[in-house]
Ligand binder design. Structure first.
Ligand code: ARG
Length: 303
């Protein structure tokens, strides 16, 4: 199949008018003023620093086209998010077929040799699947399923082939963006000696330090377990301690909130985390009211 790349067919003016069309589309979801303000805000930070989008594994199987369109949309207005994806459900599926029972310790997947072998395969396949879906839409993307994160064993006896990230090879990411291609990453890392290790994708997303960290999943944000209502904003400075005391904040939700707190504590105060579904990503980013759950340290800093 012939794939259309913007670089081949489109002139600079074509890309410009396309950007204008997309911007006009955005005016449908919010006021012109807010859309313009967020566009300016997100593109003012050097294009390199915009966002990291952490894509939950289930989104790749259930909503691949919506996901690829949402990312394409951002790219068409001139933004270059770093995309990092998991593949948890796909991995569990294959492990089950291979007769391996998934095993966790403190929420961390214990990774033996067989699990790693299957994980590596499934991560690479899912990575390519997303890259191809993007390229099919004319969005340039580069598969970076390895070579980005370096790591050490977290605790070899306890967890097996699980890594603790010690460094990020920014150059590979920057080279991809410079070349006009979106970097598509997985949560695999290597030791200095080249042993592949499985790393926590949420932690990996944090290591990439961007203004906006987006968690894309099937649900449209975090839900209050008592009221069943979606949580609009969490201001960690004021709400964190209370939130952790809530009986419905347990297991995965608790771990996630703790990780997000940890993450934001180490980023500039203006950074924030959004939890949102692929279909509502642009509404979350380009309007004041958003669409999912916004988590930040304190009150609003800009505008
Ligand atoms: N668009 C703004 C941002 O990305 C505000 C989003 C507000 N979101 C919310 N769920 N209340 O920072």
């Amino acid at each position: 199949a012939v794939q259309q790349h913007r670089g081949y067919s489109g002139s600079a003016t074509a890309a410009q008018s396309e950007k204008e069309t997309i911007t006009k589309l955005l005016y449908n979801i919010g006021s012109r003023k807010e859309v313009e303000q967020y566009l300016r805000h997100f593109s003012s930070v050097e294009s390199q620093k915009f966002a990291v989008i952490k894509v939950g594994g289930a989104v790749l199987t259930d909503e691949l086209d919506t996901l690829a369109s949402a990312i394409t949309f951002l790219n068409r207005v001139g933004l270059y998010p770093i995309v990092l994806h998991g593949a948890g459900p796909q991995l569990n599926n294959l492990l089950e077929k291979a007769g391996v029972v998934p095993d966790y310790h403190d929420g961390i997947r214990i990774t033996d040799e067989k699990t790693l072998e299957i994980a590596r395969k499934v991560f690479m396949a899912e990575n390519l699947k997303l890259v191809e879906a993007l390229e099919k839409m004319g969005t340039r993307a580069r598969p970076l399923p390895g070579g980005v994160f370096s790591a050490e064993y977290l605790d070899k006896d306890k967890y097996g082939f699980v890594g603790k990230i010690t460094g990020v090879n920014k150059e590979v990411i920057e080279a991809s963006i410079r070349a006009g291609a979106l970097p598509i990453l997985t949560s695999l890392a290597e030791t200095p000696a080249g042993q592949i290790l499985n790393v926590n994708a949420d932690v990996a997303a944090g290591e990439l330090a961007r203004v906006k960290i987006v968690y894309l999943n099937e649900k449209n944000g975090l839900y209050n377990g008592d009221t069943g209502k979606k949580i609009d904003v969490i201001n960690l400075d004021e709400e964190y301690a209370d939130l952790l005391k809530q009986p419905w904040v347990k297991y995965g939700t608790k771990l996630k909130i703790k990780e997000i707190k940890e993450l934001l504590d180490h980023l500039p105060r203006s950074s924030s985390v959004a939890i949102i579904s692929a279909g509502h990503l642009h509404k979350e980013l380009f309007t004041d009211s958003g669409a999912g759950t916004l988590i930040r340290r304190g009150f609003k800093l800009f505008h």
